[in-house]
Ligand binder design. Structure first.
Ligand code: PMP
Length: 350
């Protein structure tokens, strides 16, 4: 740390992203990316956009916003486009959390929430999940804090129903409720249809998972026009060209492939159930994941040991050292072939 770092940031512990090793080729099941490469039209669109990189990107992201609005059945004014959904989440911490009541999220959830809170000076309350890692929605009723819930949750994969989300929205009308739908396309119900009814709802989504564009860094938020206006005020006050032109073009082209995206999701869901069954047959306990990953533990081997042994054999999964989940590994669902190698390698290790 330099002597120049601001007093208020000295205690900041940054988010630790999953490993992106460049040394050898792993079967990479650690950061919930899609195993399917972007379609040809997407790559071509990005390449065409590259020819105009001497110019700034469109700060209004007009074409992409319109296409997203059409895709999700909302108006252009209900959409903000960001550099990954991490950015819209950060904007939400900046915009909607006051320093008195602050923000709240489950104790086991996306590890970036407490970091966004810390970097923005927002008090952060962790609400423990139940022993089985499900959310007790009673804990969120009338909370009077800005609420962040990943649905499905990560790394547990459990999803709330829309009815449960509505109860939370209904009882927190004076604060914003952010539903982070990074993994919604793999089996949960989207809360987007509630934005007309609840002006305190912000839904965030990403192109990183179901739409095969993690490296493009593209996310978006859907909410009332007032919430979107506030988020845009922050966007224009930090980086109006937050999404580069190649990514804007790639995102737009991706939205022309919705059928293929859905088909890929169906394949992932099928591979998820296949892998879950195989691991259960090997004695693993798994949560009921509705995401593109599974969360599994064995009483024959600890989470860290399994992670290290898989890594030594070229299969990368994610292990978290948090005490409540240290026995688990989170495994991204890939192709059937990748899953067969994972299962075989686990068998050998056991
Ligand atoms: N929310 C959750 C729950 C996530 O797991 C992730 C991915 N790590 C994100 C948001 C952010 O994804 P991205 O910035 O790639 O859109």
């Amino acid at each position: 740390m330099s002597k120049f770092l601001s007093e208020k940031l000295r205690a900041l512990t940054p988010y630790t992203p999953g490993e992106q090793p460049q040394d050898m080729k792993y079967i990479k099941l650690n950061t919930n990316e899609s195993p399917f490469a972007p379609e040809r039209n997407v790559v071509k669109a990005a390449a065409r956009a590259a020819k105009r990189l001497n110019l700034y990107s469109d700060p209004e992201c007009k074409k992409l916003v319109s296409r997203l609005a059409e895709t999700y059945g909302v108006k252009n004014e209900n959409i903000i486009v960001t550099n990954g959904s991490d950015e819209v989440l950060n904007f939400a911490f900046m915009a909607f959390c006051d320093s008195e009541n602050g923000a709240a999220a489950p104790d086991i959830s996306y590890g970036f929430y407490p970091v966004f809170a810390a970097v923005n000076g927002v008090p952060f309350t962790k609400i423990p999940l139940k022993d089985d890692f499900t959310i007790d929605i009673k804990d969120y009723l009338g909370l009077n804090k800005t609420i962040f819930i990943a649905n499905p949750n990560a790394p547990t994969g459990f999803a709330l129903t829309l009815d449960q989300i509505e109860q939370i929205l209904e009882s927190n009308k004076e604060t914003v409720v952010v539903i982070d739908e990074a993994y919604v396309d793999f089996g949960a119900s989207s809360a987007v249809k509630l934005i007309e009814k609840y002006d305190n709802l912000l839904v965030t989504m990403t192109f990183s998972k179901s739409r095969s564009l993690a490296g493009g860094r593209l996310g978006f938020g859907i909410a009332s026009k007032e919430i979107i206006r506030d988020l845009n005020t922050i966007r224009y006050s930090t980086n109006p060209y937050n999404v580069n032109s190649m990514t804007l073009a790639a995102g737009l082209a991706t939205l022309k492939n919705e059928k293929k995206v859905r088909k890929n999701c169906e394949t992932i869901i099928k591979n998820r159930e296949y892998t879950a069954n195989a691991l259960r047959n090997l004695g693993f306990y798994l949560t009921d994941s509705k995401a593109n990953f599974i969360f599994a533990k064995s009483d024959k081997i600890g989470g860290e040991e399994l992670y290290l042994k898989l890594k030594a054999r070229g299969v990368l999964v994610r292990h978290f050292k948090l005490p409540r989940i240290k026995d688990f590994v989170r495994i991204t669902i890939g192709t059937k072939k990748q899953m067969d190698i994972l299962i075989k390698t686990v068998e050998e290790i056991l």
